[in-house]
Design a protein around this ligand. Structure first.
Ligand code: GAR
Length: 208
């Protein structure tokens, strides 16, 4: 059987990447990581991937800084790298760069992102702190398909995490992160099983 080929995009710590690698190894996610791509050099996520024997690529944003449309030019390079590795599903696992239509048009409904809040609440940066500052009693995490617009695409899975009295951004982030590590691999496996269909904003999950 041909395994679903993943391209995982990272920018930092890589704990979500680690969760995916662990579940692939355990056989609970039936996919293979074809390439891990980072927009930051020397980050722990790349080290984790290399320790695991995966192919890694650092794509330097500076290499396109002098072009007329640097964001699009960057995503063109990204797209070429993904296609070169025959990636079928792109997973943004702590990838802190907005993707443009260059990538989205070629991978429509085939790019997933994990976000540390219950979207559509608290999109963008520092979502856990935004939730705390707003005073919500429940936050959580969301896996969604990526469309143009910040964290606005069709929602695949969500998990709620209660906010506790005395929580700081760090303690809340830590509890949300634990849930992220279950949620993202689960969404990938649902995709691998061909169980996700998108109708407008709504993602339907077919029973088996
Ligand atoms: C995760 O909490 C992820 O949800 C968040 O960055 C962290 C990356 O951690 N992503 C975003 O905020 C995207 N808007 P990791 O590098 O350890 O996986």
């Amino acid at each position: 059987m041909n395994m679903l080929r993943l391209g995982v995009l990272v920018s930092g710590r890589g704990s979500n990447l680690q969760a995916i690698m662990n579940e692939i190894e355990a056989g609970t996610v039936k996919a293979e990581i074809a390439v891990v791509i980072s927009n930051k050099q020397g980050v722990p996520a790349l080290e984790r991937a290399e320790r695991h024997g995966l192919t890694t690529v650092f794509l330097d944003p500076k290499s396109v800084a002098d072009t007329p449309n640097p964001r699009q030019a960057y995503d063109q390079k990204l797209l070429e790298t993904l296609q070169h590795h025959q990636v079928q599903l792109v997973v943004l696992a702590g990838y802190m760069k907005i993707v443009t239509s260059v990538l989205i048009d070629s991978y429509e409904s085939r790019i997933m992102n994990i976000h540390p809040a219950l979207l559509p609440s608290f999109p963008g940066l520092d979502a856990q702190r935004q939730a705390l500052n707003h005073g919500v009693k429940v936050s959580g995490c969301t896996v969604h398909f990526v469309t143009e617009g910040m964290d606005t695409g069709p929602i695949i899975l969500q998990r709620a995490v209660p906010v506790e009295e005395g929580d700081t951004a760090d303690t809340l982030s830590e509890r949300i992160l634990k849930e992220e590590h279950g949620l993202l691999p689960r969404a990938i496996q649902l995709f691998a099983e061909g169980r996700l269909t998108v109708e407008g904003r709504v993602v339907h999950i077919r029973d088996v």
